[in-house]
Write a protein that binds this ligand. Structure first.
Ligand code: NAP
Length: 317
């Protein structure tokens, strides 16, 4: 399809995106075709399609189990009868299924139809899988953006929540306005693997925070403090912890850990109070014991006078 044959977009948002796509990515002229396709209508894919519909985009949908499209079709989505039909309906093809093998299983047979379009992959996976998918897309003349959804389905469409993007900066710029209806777009640059890398790390951070919060909430709860009262103070504390992290990130990048705020030696003594209080209330102490073990290893290596950021060296094998 030549740029002259690009179908007339039927919304202002699409028009802007289509023109950008042609301007910024002249080799991918099909990207100017209007509309968005969403393949995969599980909990997350349905939320994505719903956000596109809400924003007024012509949205074509396909799911392996067809019934999951019904409510979206009732709201105005176009049902595709096959993956090929779904791909051919739009310039922007969003896929959100269980995993990367499912993505490849669906898209490899329609690689010819995908050529010249933009594949937006919001399926979770490893950085290596994302990079392999980007290579596959390039080999087949398909534009590629890899994304990570940093919320659960009810949070899709809320600009307070982040969508991480990696892959072609030109394609992200061209489709940024369209993708911004899902959540605040955070551009991580051209390495397609970075959205998955950040995603994995950020989920690890979330689980660690959940673990610490639940341990602390169990501790407070043992003395009758309701979880909501404790959590109101805990979430405020997290803002201060974020400030510590920002300071420590500078130290990590410089490889210097001056113990000019709170040394590891001091924190070894302090964590004893937590262990004692939790032990006395019958709370499982495995999490803080792991922290103590990491701190003691740093002390044993002669770094007790350094800042807590030094503990990162324990994680580097
Ligand atoms: P889900 O509700 O279980 O939906 C899974 C989807 O994948 C369904 O559409 C399913 O089709 C499809 N699928 C699975 N295997 C398939 C195959 N072999 N061929 C074709 N389609 C296949 O899961 P979800 O919560 O939507 O998650 C989808 C992706 O989003 C996952 O990678 C997940 O990690 C990611 N994600 C989810 C969340 C969240 O909070 N839910 C947050 C961030 C990222 P059927 O309907 O036919 O089974």
């Amino acid at each position: 399809m030549s740029a002259q044959n690009v179908p007339a977009p039927d919304s202002g948002t699409r028009n802007t995106d289509a023109q950008h796509a042609v301007t910024q990515n002249p080799d991918a002229q099909h990207t100017a075709a209007p509309g968005i396709t969403v393949i995969g209508l599980g909990q997350m894919g349905s939320a994505l399609a719903d956000a596109f519909l809400t924003a007024g985009h012509r949205t074509t949908v396909w799911n392996r189990t067809p019934g999951k499209a019904d409510s979206l079709v009732a709201r105005g989505a176009v049902r595709a009868a096959s993956v090929a039909e779904a791909v051919e309906a739009s310039g922007l093809v969003v896929v959100c299924v269980l995993d990367y093998p499912a993505v490849r299983g669906l898209l490899a047979p329609v690689a010819g139809s995908l050529r010249g379009r933009v594949l937006v992959n919001l399926t979770s996976g490893s950085p290596e899988q994302a990079r392999a998918e980007a290579e596959w897309a390039a080999e087949h003349g398909v534009g590629y953006l890899d994304g990570a959804v940093m919320t659960t389905p009810p949070g899709v469409g809320d600009s307070a929540n982040m969508f991480l993007w990696s892959g072609s900066p030109e394609l992200l710029a061209a489709h940024r306005a369209t993708l911004a209806v899902l959540g605040d777009p955070v551009d991580l640059g051209p390495d397609a693997g970075l959205a998955s890398l950040y995603d994995a790390g950020l989920l690890g951070l979330m689980w660690s925070v959940f673990g610490g919060w639940l341990h602390a909430t169990a501790l407070a709860g043992a003395d009758g403090v309701p979880a909501r009262d404790f959590t109101a103070v805990a979430t405020r504390w997290l803002k201060t912890v974020s400030w510590f992290m920002t300071t420590y990130a500078e130290q990590i990048d410089e490889g210097k850990y001056p113990g000019d705020d709170a040394t590891i030696d001091v924190q070894v003594a302090t964590i004893g109070h937590l262990l004692h209080a939790a032990e006395a209330r019958g709370i499982d102490n495995r999490l803080p014991e792991l922290h103590l073990e990491l701190m003691r290893a740093a002390v044993a290596a002669g770094h007790g006078g350094d800042s807590y950021a030094r503990i990162i060296e324990n994680f580097r094998k």
